[in-house]
Design a protein around this ligand. Structure first.
Ligand code: AGP
Length: 603
């Protein structure tokens, strides 16, 4: 996830671009840069810095760059580490085109190869640079037509901002899969990834849809589809206060991040295969055991991963708290894989556990969200989730993305070990593609879930119960509730309830069951009966249409039917919403709960 902004008008573009970048910093802050067309329009000046927008600001302070047309970018690194070379904007070989990009060009290697054959030299490791060279290569007297031609060659998701010395009176914005809006001003126009970036200059907005292009001059905005057909769109007048707009209209970052999951799940599914699969799996196929080390939510993801890896790759998996693993006499050898899972890639317990095991001869693999984080640099191999920055302290979108990667990891390892065929992998990969739609439909039930939440704000304790693959989801549901609402909650395997926790149940105890119609459904049903017999309040997450569970429960939240093994990825979503709404009804600081930090860099 990155932020882009562009300006064309009568004023100096530089301060306007910097202001816009600051409003988009939540989208990434690894590096930032601007490109401005010099007044005569014959040269594009590009300036970049690694780090936050304020570093770029300070760097530009005495540079006195001026121009009325420009683009800018704040980067959240995906392809290539955060360096000046990889920072945007990117220039074409002869410096005629500058481009900023948010998204991923999936076929960039192919495009790069053919451009290299034509003599183009690349100065970054990004997927973006190909676009600048392609436009320069294809340009024939008309920038818009060239951009239209180039979009046909690009696969993946992108929002682009483009300026050129060929036609210095134009700023072009393109959207396919990544957000882009046009800000319509008086004698000036803007593009940006999000509304806050333009609010200072205009409140008249045109949000672009996928496969749309905007051609901006100082006086005019022309909208077209990818076939070049002109479109008319209504201007939206926003009356937003800037602080709300930064959360894109959501009350908290956590709520926004819960709602981002259809996109982050989709990005992580497609991002998986863009990684160095051959290098990772050819080296890992002969390992004999795996120990997952992680903390908090990432630990819960590891527990689900164990089921998938043992089922498909047939390798025994242990899952250990990183803070415990390191301090016991664990046994590893060069056939042991220590698999560290961490959103931030900076959690001290996880880092030091991995470093210690590596020293003792184990192989190490990190699954992280933050590109360039310590864990990703210190491990032998890395896999990524593609979620963009997660700002809310409670992990939400990164958890579901971790599950997606763990599932694909298990299947890929099985394929490399000859346990499933490539065709079977593809079939299961395709099954994942409906998950964003499933999650979308659960998110539509938010109002209903909010009503349920209201009824439980006075509870002092909660139990979360589930079986099998969904048992870690019970743990995660309890953690979410604890950390943001400060209500005591415990997660248990439902079958374990009768060995102790059942003593807690009375008419004041809400018990959340994750009870999808999977192979353990009947067993879970018996546990629901046991709670009902003791007058516990039952809140069930059940498969759509399940009347039996509904009749036994005080509250039922339906989720759509999916493959048994994929339920954990979707059944957590209503629990995230339930915790969120209980906490907001209680007036808690949801994004920054007391005593917690997003990244725990102390042991
Ligand atoms: C999750 O909601 C928590 N804030 C916390 O448990 C977190 O998952 C844990 O600190 C691990 O963080 P990491 O994934 O960045 O390593």
């Amino acid at each position: 996830m990155c932020g882009i902004v562009g300006y064309i008008g009568k004023r100096n573009a530089v301060p306007i671009l910097l202001y816009g970048l600051q409003r988009l910093e939540y989208r990434g802050y690894d590096s930032a840069g601007i490109a401005v067309l010099e007044k005569e329009g014959t040269k594009i000046i590009v300036e970049k810095q690694v780090g936050k927008i304020k570093d770029l600001h300070e760097y530009l302070w005495n540079k006195k760059i001026e121009g009325n047309v420009g683009i800018a970018h704040t980067r959240w690194a995906t392809h290539g580490p955060p360096t000046i070379e990889n920072a945007h904007p990117h220039l074409s070989q002869r410096g005629t085109i500058a481009i900023v990009h948010n998204g991923i060009i999936e076929n960039y290697l192919e495009l790069k190869e053919s451009l290299e054959k034509k003599g183009f030299r690349f100065s970054s490791e990004t997927d973006t640079e190909v676009i600048a060279h392609l436009i320069e290569d294809e340009y024939e007297k008309d920038l818009l037509n060239t951009v239209l031609k180039v979009t046909k060659k690009l696969e993946g998701a992108y929002a682009l901002g483009i300026i050129s010395t060929y036609e210095p009176d134009k700023l072009i914005g393109v959207r396919k899969g990544s957000p882009l809006i046009v800000g319509v001003g008086k004698d000036e126009n803007l593009i940006a990834s999000d509304i806050p970036a333009v609010l200072e200059y205009t409140k008249d907005i045109i949000p672009l849809d996928d496969n749309e292009i905007a051609v901006l001059t100082a006086k005019d905005v022309k909208l077209l589809d990818f076939q070049g057909k002109q479109k008319e769109k209504k201007i939206l007048h926003v009356t937003w206060d800037i602080s709300i707009a930064e959360k894109s209209g959501f009350k908290h970052f956590m709520q926004k991040e819960i709602h981002e999951q259809p996109r982050t799940i989709a990005d992580t599914i497609t991002g998986f295969s863009s990684q160095d699969i051959e290098k990772i799996f050819s080296k890992l196929k002969d390992i004999s055991r795996i120990t997952v080390v992680a903390c908090g939510t990432s630990f819960h993801a590891g527990l689900v991963g164990k089921f998938w890896i043992e089922k498909y790759a047939k390798i025994p998996v242990e899952v250990d708290y990183a803070s415990e693993f390191r301090y016991r006499d664990y046994i590893v050898d060069d056939k042991t894989l220590i698999f560290g899972i961490s959103q931030s890639g900076e959690t001290a317990d996880t880092r030091f556990a991995m470093l210690d095991a590596k020293k003792k001869g184990a192989k190490t693999l990190a699954l992280v969200n933050v590109v360039g984080s310590s864990l990703s640099r210190e491990s032998d191999f890395v896999l990524y989730t593609y979620c963009g920055p997660e700002i809310g302290v409670a992990a939400t979108k990164t958890f579901t993305a971790q599950l997606v990667v763990l599932y694909l990891f298990a299947l890929k390892l099985a394929e490399y070990r000859g346990l499933i065929s490539e065709k079977e992998f593809d079939q299961k990969y395709r099954n994942l593609l409906h998950l964003p739609t499933v999650v979308e439909s659960i998110l539509k039930e938010e109002k209903e879930i909010k009503n349920i939440a209201y009824n439980y704000t006075k509870a002092d304790d909660f139990l979360f119960l589930a079986r099998g693959l969904n048992y870690p989801i019970a743990l995660e549901g309890a953690l979410k509730l604890k950390e943001i609402s400060y209500i005591h909650a415990e997660g248990y395997p439902a079958g374990e309830m009768k060995h102790g926790p059942i003593a807690l149940i009375d008419e004041n105890m809400p018990v959340v069951f994750i009870a999808p119609k999977d192979s353990l459904y009947e067993k879970t049903l018996s546990n629901i009966q046991e709670v009902k017999a003791r007058k516990g309040k039952i809140i069930s997450i059940a498969t759509k249409g399940d009347k039996v569970v509904k009749d036994l429960s005080d509250e039922t939240i339906y989720i759509p039917k999916t493959k048994d093994e994929l339920y954990p990825i979707v059944s957590i979503v209503p629990l995230q919403l339930l915790s969120y709404h209980i906490a907001t009804f209680l007036g808690k600081d949801v994004d920054q709960p007391r005593n917690l930090a997003k990244t725990v860099t102390v042991e």
